[in-house]
Design a protein around this ligand. Sequence first.
Ligand code: CTP
Length: 398
Amino acid sequence: MSGGIAAYRSLDIIRLFREQGAVVTVAATDSALEFVTPLSFQALSGEPIHNSLSNPTTPDGMDHIHLARQADLFVIAPATANLLAKMAAGLADDLVSTLLLAFDGPVLVAPAMNTNMWNHPATRRNVTQLKADGCHFVGPAKGLLACGEEGAGRLAPVDEIVEEARTILTPKSLAGRRLLITAGPTHEALDPVRFIANSSSGKMGWSLCRAARRAGADVVLVHGPVSLPSIPGVESHPVTSAQEMFETTLSLWHQSKDRPGCDGAILTAAVGDYRPVTPQTDKIKKNPDQTEISLTLTTNPDILATLASQGAGKVVVGFAAETGDALNRGVEKMARKGCDLLVINDLLEPGAGFGTDTNRVTLLNRKGEMTPWPLLSKEEVGEQLIQTVATLIQERAK
Ligand code: CTP
């Protein structure tokens, strides 16, 4: 950390990294410690903090070498204009700048400063130089700055910084691959204001998109109505009905003159199986004399079965959300859909299901082998499933 008003947000960065399993060691400049106390950094990181070259904590006095050897990634958040200038010039006059010279791994820089300082030709030059040296950058974001001015200079959102760090550290097992993901519910219109839907949140699909992007894939997402933020770097296609999802997904699956086809698909969407035969163009009025009304529904196309039947050489993965007897129903579903892998979950099990942040799944492959996974966060299920799919895609390509 270097010293700027955004330094207090580095506490959230430490917390988020630790929640995701990272070991965090803090090295802070003198000015960073004017904004946040060493004790705060220490309490949140659970590690002693490092600040001085002249007050080493290791027996041989070479903290900068030991710390540099230990780290997989160096994250500078916030990075001030002064630190960027020192890095670009290769100066090493305190612990942080010395560490940066001694470290030969990836460096992620999250700048934060006044907008004029960010736009200054000297800072522009330094950023260009650092990018050429291989540093990764995240942000700065635009908005109202602590100095009261508007413009570029805000520290990037904390979750974006952590996501970028994870992307840098993830092996690129899907580099050059295009992966299609469906997510969320569909809405089947009854009239202009009413629809049949389900309570799918889209979270599982979102986790898969992030994991696939981290693994280097070109991610194409087709999603129903959800209230989740868009994912930077993911090509998103919002749709409403199952029919729209079917048409959009199919057009993206195959190669066309404008775009390449996809190498694999993971379909997490909870697609409406039926839709009203004739949605009303006017709002359906309540008839006081009628205590019951009937709806006539017709079947929607099965996207998973269609993709699997038109996917020679490609990998197609389905999700089966069941409420009881999940494994037997999963076997039947896999045979009916013809996919390569089915991720089965029982919505009635604790920690599984729509809207939760966790999931307990069993993987069923074409050979009929079942692999139960423990209760995991949807983020972890996404990560592990992407690795499984990457291996399948690589095997197919042989
Ligand atoms: N699916 C699909 N198109 C549909 C219905 C389902 O692509 N019209 C996909 C889902 O995205 C999921 C898998 O098929 O990957 C299983 O969905 P599910 O709703 O469990 O299967 P259904 O065939 O609808 O069976 P049922 O609702 O009877 O359990």
